[in-house]
Design a protein. Structure first.
Length: 291
């Protein structure tokens, strides 16, 4: 833990090597060595990696998971049974790896890897992370290991979409090794394989206060954006018209924009923009196209 970038090529002699989604035991070992907790709790204990690491170091610990191997502890409904000065959690990355009914036992409705939607997953992850933070002793830390994911061509940044509970003390980038996406070749694909994870260290700095950071996503219309320039609007209008259009069609597209409403000479402005930027070209009289 002497750098904001870490890499572990081997998982070490910890946990079940066949349990998908396991992280290297050396990461947990480094966390324990660095923070020296008096009481260590692991949430989403999975394949037993954290339990083996704690045992090897003689550290008092509790390991919780829906997996019957760890008592079938339900992160959504059951209490964390003790306060701790370090809690490590490594939740599922939505449905990237499905656990109940696949890695063990029968399908369980409260398994975070079985959420019907990404939005449901984020909502349930927020519940778990809030519960973890509330259970910490004052001055304690929640070390959360989480990755990004891509599904059906869309990129999901879980750390951006989830709530943050506590004061962020450190953000460590962990390199991933031997991941499925790194071993595949995607012909004709134009995306970058995900070969990293995020280790976020949240600290509980006050007994009663719960600092919460939330991300809010809104969708605005470019026509009503105060930041959109005339060039941006003309480009968007031409794109929406197939890349080529008559000047009258461009007028029609942009007539309702805030900039047009505020400028009595908006048609003259559109013609000026078309003529002054090399992004646009006149294909014939009264017709313009995108270059």
């Amino acid at each position: 833990m002497n750098s904001s970038i870490v890499s572990y090529r081997n998982r070490g002699p910890y946990g079940n090597s066949k349990y998908r989604g396991n992280c290297s035991g050396y990461l947990i070992a480094d966390l324990l060595d660095y923070y020296q907790p008096k009481r260590f709790v692991e949430v989403f204990a999975g394949g037993g990696t954290g339990a083996d690491v704690a045992k090897s170091k003689g550290i008092r610990s509790i390991h919780l998971d829906l997996n019957p191997q760890f008592g079938g502890w339900n992160a959504l409904t059951d209490d964390i049974p003790t306060g701790a000065d370090l809690i490590f959690s490594h939740p599922p990355y939505h449905s990237m790896v499905v656990y109940s009914g696949n890695m063990w036992g029968k399908p369980h409705p409260d398994d975070l890897s079985r959420c019907k939607s990404y939005e449901e997953f984020i909502q349930k992850l927020n519940i778990v992370n809030s519960k973890i933070f509330n259970s910490l002793l004052n001055g304690g830390r929640h070390a959360l290991l989480i990755g990004d994911m891509r599904k059906n061509g869309k990129y999901y940044s879980i750390i951006k979409d989830m709530n943050w509970y506590g004061d962020l003390e450190a953000h460590v980038i962990k390199e991933q090794h031997q991941v499925t996406s790194g071993r595949k070749s995607y012909a004709g694909s134009q995306f970058i394989p995900i070969l990293h994870e995020h280790l976020l260290i949240f600290r509980k700095s006050e007994i009663w206060a719960i600092p919460i950071t939330l991300t809010k996503r809104v969708t605005k219309n470019l026509l009503n954006s105060k930041m959109a320039t005339w060039r941006d609007l003309v480009q968007a209008a031409l794109e929406s018209l197939g890349g080529k259009a008559m000047l009258s069609e461009i007028y029609e597209k942009l007539e309702a924009s805030d900039r047009s409403k505020q400028n009595p000479h908006w048609k003259e402005k559109i013609r000026q923009v078309l003529q002054m930027y090399d992004s646009f070209a006149s294909t014939k009289r009264g017709e313009w196209s995108l270059i």
